[in-house]
Design a protein around this ligand. Structure first.
Ligand SMILES: C[S@@+](CC[C@H](N)C(=O)[O-])C[C@H]1O[C@@H](n2cnc3c(N)ncnc32)[C@H](O)[C@@H]1O
Length: 383
């Protein structure tokens, strides 16, 4: 190729380098195929702290300022070059020869294998075929690219959760970077899928903080994030009652945090002034152990009915408390009970207006039921 071709290509290439730096977390590699006749001589550029060029069996380090000199030097020796910039969800291809230098963008998120849609009959928000690498890493997808049978329910729950975040995102409004705190994150499947949705589908900047007191799940989550090069995700081993984030979260999420761990998650959201809190509770034991209500004795003497009523009372008290401290709350059955009976979602968006009526209602409910709800205990620092 002649110098004019090389110089034209350099303009496109410098754009790729800027994008690589900006989208460091999404960036995969730049592959260059130098061509002479029918022969192809491939080179690969990788980027972490340094730029590494893997070319002709030699790996050498470069900087943003000198990598182009090396590429230009090689281009002059060949007839053509194809430069393929790869990041998750996108590909940019530069074709250069002495007749023409052209660049095209390809959205690889559209390269969807629709078979996974057929698996459950519902079109996923995060179609598994888009997120193959992620879902394989977290053990949702089998080697054949299908959702493992024993993971279909879990994935459905996560995907529905993510779908319902759309309304919450709208309510809290556009942010430069969304900070999401996953309280009682476990192995953080929900966070990983939500991160994929925000970053790679919606193209929003986001940061995830997963908190759990189990060292095992925190280490497992860190390992997954490292393998996937998700530098925007951190995982902290801490008890929810003792943890306060250093930044105000935009959304505190929590999926199936057992019993009062849900109250801990809600209290953490309130304490840290989260703009929104989205929680799907798990089992409910706290109020069941405490409540008595004389007028309902004919019902509550049947254990199963007392337990079912306790579930409703627990979530009702949580909602009333959230409202009293300035959240607008909606409760929905977020997924079919056939997928999981633990299918109530509490969605709370901060309004900043203390609600005196809800405050009074909360106090009245406590009195007539003779209970001290966990959410309030955790807000006061009592266990
Ligand atoms: C049923 S798992 C749910 C995990 C995850 N959210 C999911 O849906 O897969 C409940 C998690 O809550 C965590 N947990 C319970 N109490 C906690 C506390 N006080 N502080 C931090 N984590 C807690 C447990 O370690 C466990 O990982």
């Amino acid at each position: 190729m002649n110098k004019k071709t090389v110089s034209k290509t350099s303009l496109f290439f410098s754009g790729l380098l800027s994008r690589m730096e900006e989208n460091k977390d999404f960036f995969t590699d730049i592959t260059i195929n130098f061509k002479s006749g029918t022969k192809i001589f491939p080179a690969k550029i990788l980027y972490s702290n340094e730029i590494t060029l893997d070319y002709q069996a030699v790996k050498a380090e470069y900087t943003k300022d000198n990598i182009w000199d090396k590429i230009a030097e090689e281009m002059l020796k060949y007839d053509e070059a194809q430069i393929i910039y790869n990041e998750r969800g996108a590909r940019i291809v530069i074709d250069a020869n002495d007749k023409k230098v052209g660049m095209r963008h390809e959205d690889t998120l559209n390269e969807v294998d629709k078979t996974s849609v057929v698996q459950t009959g519902r079109e996923y928000v995060v179609n598994p075929s888009l997120a193959k690498e992620l879902l394989t890493e977290i053990g949702i997808l089998a080697k054949n690219g299908k959702i493992k049978n024993d993971k279909i329910r879990k994935y459905n729950q996560i995907d529905y959760f993510v779908e319902l975040m759309q309304g919450v995102l709208k309510e809290i409004g556009d942010r430069d970077e969304y900070v999401i705190l996953d309280a009682a994150c476990g192995k953080s499947y929900l966070s990983f899928v939500m991160n994929f949705y925000l970053r790679e589908i919606l193209k929003k900047k986001c940061r995830f903080i997963g908190v759990d007191y189990s060292e095992t799940v925190i280490n497992a989550s860190r390992k997954i994030a490292k393998n996937l090069n998700y530098n925007n995700m951190e995982f902290i081993k801490a008890d929810l009652t003792e943890y306060t984030p250093s930044v105000r979260p935009d959304i505190v999420i929590s999926l199936h945090a057992c019993d009062t761990a849900t109250d801990m998650a809600l209290a953490l959201g309130i304490r840290s002034k989260s703009r929104a809190i989205v929680s799907v509770p798990c089992c409910h034991k706290d109020i069941l152990k405490q409540y008595s209500y004389k007028p309902f004795e004919a019902i509550t003497r049947h254990g199963i009915l007392k337990a079912r009523l306790a579930d409703t009372l627990t979530d009702g008290l949580r909602t009333t408390y959230l409202e009293s401290v300035g959240y607008k709350v909606s409760m929905i059955e977020y997924i079919s009970p056939l997928e999981t009976p633990k299918n109530i979602m509490i969605r709370a968006v901060y309004t900043g207006k203390i609600n005196e009526k809800s405050k009074e209602e909360f106090e009245n409910l406590k009195k007539i039921l003779n209970v001290k709800p966990a959410i309030e205990r955790f807000m006061k620092g009592d266990r």
